[in-house]
Write a protein that binds this ligand. Structure first.
Ligand code: PMP
Length: 430
């Protein structure tokens, strides 16, 4: 595949944009290097690079593009919003309509605030939880990504319930020490952390179905309920980070799939239909701690802008159509089956985690239920897999910690074309 133009554009990018990318995960650093493919256009389930090569898109913009590229309903919403002006700095009807629509889908969202990114949404829920409880510490699960706010860039300490250490330069030791990291799917470790620090834990931050060390579901149907019950027992709130999961697996939250009710939610990605967005919300008595009603401050010039609101409404309206989620899950199931067949045929050890239309292919035999398991999978083999897929016109995220996202616009033909490519890729890996 000729990518001469991508090379040229990426070198131009490196001369003006730090590292050539506006988000580090777009670099090919974790897949052994190479020049990131520079895209010029997307249409439906496909996109096209600057050399004119076509790719079937399973990256989905890291999640948001569940309706593919330039979906007619999204384009229409953007056009109509543009004609009415895109920013008022006043209350608008579209933000009310969108908040109502979200609360209808997720009734736990008794009060909502719109922000501009998942990072902002999570960052604010932490502030609100601290304001409400008067406590400081946060518990998070190792390997889960919750945006790039200081407190969320904290890695696990040396023991299972020890205080964290900064995972990024520029994050202070004091901030890191406010965050306790425990392994996902391990109730004992979680309870130990609460016993040790529970009197000062403001909240527990949970990705109910993990999307950030690949797709990892809770170990059983009671795990999330136990996490919430234990947190409440120690006076801590629960925040579900549903930036990836909300509206990914069904029309609503992941919490609903497990019949649980966290105190607060952070949302983003899909709810903006591809435009910048974040939202947080939950219990009214907790949310009323936020300005102008309460003492916790949060604001935003672009928050609730009519462009993102109207695109979000359009996206959710499409997702309400019957059969959409079933079709995505069925297509993902077929891709997983064919991947297993190819891996067996060419003797490549893999393990796959799938929930609905999202799945991760890990290289190695062992099950992946937490971050340590994911780290132990074969990075070099993943890197080869990524590059071979791209060379065969299939684009996924360049990291073994991400996922394939099947969208609502992938066709049976796309899937069969992908299946053929998968066979060639595993032949190449053998
Ligand atoms: N939370 C989760 C679970 C995420 O996956 C991400 C982004 N990948 C974020 C928060 C941060 O969202 P954003 O990139 O919109 O700031």
């Amino acid at each position: 595949m000729n990518r001469a133009q991508s090379e040229l554009w990426f070198h131009r990018a490196e001369a003006v944009i730090l590292g050539g990318v506006n988000s580090p995960s777009r670099s090919y650093k974790s897949v052994g290097g190479g020049t990131p493919i520079v895209m010029s256009r997307g249409a439906g389930s496909k996109f096209y690079d600057v050399d004119g090569n076509e790719y079937i898109d399973y990256l989905a913009g890291y999640g948001p593009s569940i309706l593919g590229h330039a979906h007619p309903e999204i384009t229409k919403a953007i056009q109509e919003a543009a004609e009415d002006g895109v920013l008022y700095g006043t209350p608008t009807t579209s933000e009310v309509l969108f908040a109502e629509k979200l609360r209808q889908a997720i009734p736990d969202l008794e009060r909502i605030r719109f922000v501009n990114s998942g990072t902002e949404a999570v960052m604010t829920t932490i502030r609100v939880a601290r304001a409400y409880t008067g406590r400081t510490r946060i518990i998070k699960f190792a390997g889960c990504y919750h945006g790039h706010s200081d407190a969320m860039l904290v890695a696990a300490g040396s023991g299972p319930s020890s205080m964290g250490v900064p995972d990024s330069a520029g994050v202070t030791k004091a901030t890191a020490e406010e965050v306790i990291t425990v392994p996902f799917n391990d109730l004992d470790a979680f309870e130990q952390a609460l016993i040790a620090h529970g009197h000062d834990v403001a909240a527990v931050l949970v990705e109910p179905i993990v999307g950030n060390f690949g797709i990892v579901a809770p170990k059983d149907d009671t795990y999330l309920k136990s996490v919430i019950d234990l947190a409440h027992h120690h006076g801590a709130l629960t925040i579900f980070d549903e930036v990836i999961t909300a509206f990914r697996f069904h029309y609503g939250s992941a919490a609903q799939l497990y019949d649980v009710h966290p105190d607060l939610y952070a949302l983003g990605k899909i709810i903006g239909g591809g435009l910048p967005i974040g939202a947080y919300g939950g219990r009214r008595d907790i949310m009323e701690n936020v300005a102008p009603l309460g003492p916790a401050y949060q604001a935003g010039t672009m928050a609730g802008n009519p462009l993102s609101m109207r695109t979000g409404i359009a996206c959710l309206s499409v997702l309400q159509q019957p059969g959409i989620y079933e079709a995505m899950a069925k297509r993902a199931e077929r891709l997983v089956k064919v991947t297993h067949e190819a891996a067996d045929k060419y003797h490549v050890p893999i393990t796959i985690n799938r929930v609905g239309g999202a799945f991760t292919v890990y290289f190695g035999h062992h099950a992946v239920r937490n971050y340590d398991d994911a780290q132990a999978t074969d990075s070099k083999q993943f890197a080869r897999y990524f590059h071979l897929l791209a060379d065969n016109g299939i684009l996924i995220a360049p990291s073994k910690y991400e996922a394939w996202f099947v969208s609502a616009v992938h066709t049976d033909e796309d899937i069969e074309q992908t299946c053929d490519a998968i066979d060639r890729v595993f032949q190449g890996l053998a």
